[in-house]
Structures are given as C-alpha cells and as structure tokens.
Design a protein. Structure first.
Length: 268
C-alpha cells in the first residue's frame, strides 16, 4: 500500500487495541499521541530504499508462483525464497518482540516492521509473482500512466478518499472502524480473527496471504493480464476494486489490533 493504506490500517488498529496495548506500543515507539501507530506505518518503505535497509526489500511481499486467473494459491515452501518474504518477516519480527531480552532499538524496529507488513500482506498483489506483483503491467488511471501494482497500492485508495494525508487516513479509518463495529462488516469481523495463533506466525500469516491472493484471480485479473495491459482502470475497474480494497484495509487493521494485543500480553 501507499502511505494512505498503511496509515489507515494503523489507525483502524489503534481504534481496536486495548489500553494496555496502547501504552505498551506508545513506549516502544516513543510516541504518546493517538498517531503512535500511523506515525511509523510507512517507515519500512523509506528504510528499504536506504543502503542499510536494502536487505528488507523482499520482506514486503511473497511472490506466489501461481497462474492467475485460472489458478491462485500461495505456498510458503514454494514461494518464500532464502532472501526472505513477508510471511518469514512477520515470523521473525513477531518472535523478536516476544523476546524479553530484546534491546529498545531493535524492539522499536521490530514493531515498525510488524505494523507495516500486516498491512502489505493484505494487498492482493503483494501475494503474487506475476509481472513482479503487477509492477510490469502498464496501464492508465484517470489518464495518467502507471502500473497495476501502483493502482492497487495508491491510485484506487486515493481516488476513493480524495487525498493521502495523515488526516485523510484518520478519516478513512473512522469510517472503516464504524463499519466493523456497527456496519457492513459487523457480522463478519469475528471470523476475520479465526486461525490467529501468536505461537505460529507462519500458519497465521500464510492464511492472510492465501485469502488476499484469491482476490488476484477474482478481482485484480479476473479476465487475465491481457484484458488489463494498456487499459484505463479509473472507471468500471475502479468501481469493482473499491469494495475489495475497503475490505482488505479493514481486515488488516482489525487483525493488526489483535496481533498487537497478543504481543503486548506477552503471548499469555
Ligand atoms: N515509496 C517510498 N519511497 C520511495 C519510493 C516509493 O516511500 N523512494 C513508496 C511509494 C509507495 C510505497 O513506497 O507509496 C509502496 O510500498 P509498499 O506497497 O511495499 O508499502
Ligand atoms: N505518496 C502517496 N501518494 C501519492 C504521492 C506520494 O502515497 N500520490 C507517498 C509515497 C511516499 C511519499 O508519499 O511514501 C513521498 O512520495 P513522493 O516521493 O512521490 O513525493
Ligand atoms: N513488490 C511486490 N512484489 C514484487 C516486487 C515488488 O509486491 N515481486 C512491491 C513492493 C512495492 C512495489 O511493489 O510496494 C514497488 O516495488 P519496487 O520499488 O521494489 O519496484
Ligand atoms: Zn505495494
Ligand atoms: Zn511495503
């Protein structure tokens, strides 16, 4: 996701975590404001473009070697290479956060990675190998040249919300939070937490990846790549994608809240 998606996921999570979790992560992140999660949600994207952070670039996605739209699916053993992937990164940095001996600097970094990667794993094209997660599929969006990955990361969310500032994210998160508590997601939200096991971050997060990857076949490339290449996606394509993006951002925020609650409780 672009900054809007990541910051919205973080604000949704802030709206659902317990007060103990808020204090726990405000201390780790050295931020006592309501934006303690949103304020660091995009740190991992800046870090990966630095020399010191290059190693973390593969941690933002898992390149599922499936065959959309005919066949979708993610397999950890097949799709997570030695240099790492988002599922392995969620395992690694969650495990670090559960180590009572971890120093404050690395605890701060691990928290920032977990907050970011639970967002990215819900972006369908972060769970897809085809054309580097859609980065090589050139399209236009409202007459501007871009690529399919960027359309899902940023163009669609920003057109929906009307901007990408921190207040825009907070506003979108308020709407998604209401949808979870009393609106369209109310009956389903509990089921979003099924299968979550802090002691098994791989099985937990591969389920999130599998679920998001199914949308590559259903919503991202329903008629295959050739139906998308060079096309204008700001119209009917945008309209069809919006409900998927809203659902995935809401799920990511709600799941991040529970994951942070479990970490703050020390796995007890
Ligand atoms: N990005 C950034 N710095 C750059 C180039 C791009 O922060 N020098 C941003 C653009 C997108 C985001 O990274 O908003 C995409 O990353 P991801 O989807 O992995 O979060
Ligand atoms: N950004 C964004 N949406 C835009 C433009 C920028 O999410 N339409 C984000 C991506 C980067 C940051 O803002 O994280 C800075 O972007 P840039 O270097 O393009 O100004
Ligand atoms: N990306 C992805 N899958 C890949 C390669 C990249 O999901 N196989 C994502 C990471 C960023 C965006 O695409 O969100 C752009 O990546 P980069 O700046 O590395 O081209
Ligand atoms: Zn992306
Ligand atoms: Zn990322």
């Amino acid at each position: 996701w672009g900054s809007l998606g990541h910051e919205t996921v973080a604000y949704v999570a802030s709206n659902f975590v317990s007060s103990d979790t808020t204090s726990f992560f405000q201390t780790i992140l050295h931020n006592q404001t309501d934006s303690y999660l949103a304020g660091v949600a995009t740190w991992a994207d800046s870090f990966r473009y630095t020399a010191a952070g290059r190693f973390s670039a593969p941690f933002h996605f898992i390149d599922a070697e499936d065959d959309p739209p005919t066949s979708c699916g993610v397999k950890y053993s097949r799709d997570c290479p030695v240099e790492g992937c988002i599922v392995g990164a969620i395992l690694n940095y969650t495990t670090q956060l559960l180590d009572p001996d971890l120093d404050a600097v690395n605890r701060n970094i691990a928290a920032k990675f977990v907050i970011h990667f639970i967002g990215d794993i819900h972006q369908p094209l972060h769970d897809e190998n085809l054309d580097r997660g859609g980065n090589s599929i050139l399209v236009t969006f409202d007459n501007v040249q871009t690529n399919l990955h960027h359309v899902w990361d940023s163009n669609i969310p920003e057109k929906l919300v009307g901007g990408y500032s921190l207040p825009d994210a907070e506003k979108w998160a308020t709407a998604l939070t209401a949808a979870i508590k009393t609106g369209v997601y109310k009956t389903d939200a509990d089921s979003w937490l099924e299968g979550v096991d802090l002691r098994d971050p791989v099985s937990t997060s591969i389920k999130w990846a599998e679920e998001a990857n199914q949308f590559v076949c259903q919503a991202v490339l329903p008629e295959g790549k050739d139906a998308i290449v060079g096309k204008e996606l700001g119209g009917a394509y945008y309209e069809a994608a919006v409900p998927v993006i809203e659902l995935q951002v809401a799920r990511a925020g709600y799941r991040l809240a529970q994951w942070l609650d479990l970490i703050a409780a020390g796995g007890k």
